[in-house]
Design a protein. Sequence first.
Length: 196
Amino acid sequence: MPRTTVILIASLFLSASACTQTQSWRLDPAHSAAQFAVRHMGISTVRGTFTKVQGTVQFDPADPAKLSIDVTIDASSVDSRVEARDNDLRGASLLDVQHYPTITFRSKRTDVVGKGKLKVTGDLSIHGVKKEVVLDVDGLTEPVKDPRGNAHMGASATATINRRDFGVTGYPAAMVGDDVAITIDVELVQSVSANQ
């Protein structure tokens, strides 16, 4: 085989490999939110958010099953729009943020269940208790570039947990529901420098 043909094949192989490498993305806190919803007295739904979220995602466009997620939430940033309720949520009977200042999610496995649909299994840690949770993920979207050339893409993840499984046992279920619906909307950014 001529030497030039060998070089051409090698170059094409290396180019293809580069295109399918795992990419590192950082979560954009200004355009991301970790939200929750819980029943109050069985008659209404209280919704809130954590305003300080950070994390990273590793993603291979050629193999979404290689997706990995590492997210940290500042538990004290809880905001349900009522100061007295937020103070209760931060207190020792619920999140106890003085002793457990962060909520974390670390993925362990990703399964592709449809086009743009993933199930991400990982360890969720709340109140010092770590439990395996499965996130239903819609996305990731196709990347778009901002005027600076940075790439952005988004995704949304949902799950429902039982707060008592994580030791958040303050208040009876008749007052505050045990099931907590979680929605995490994220925008991910990959800076120009990350591609160089």
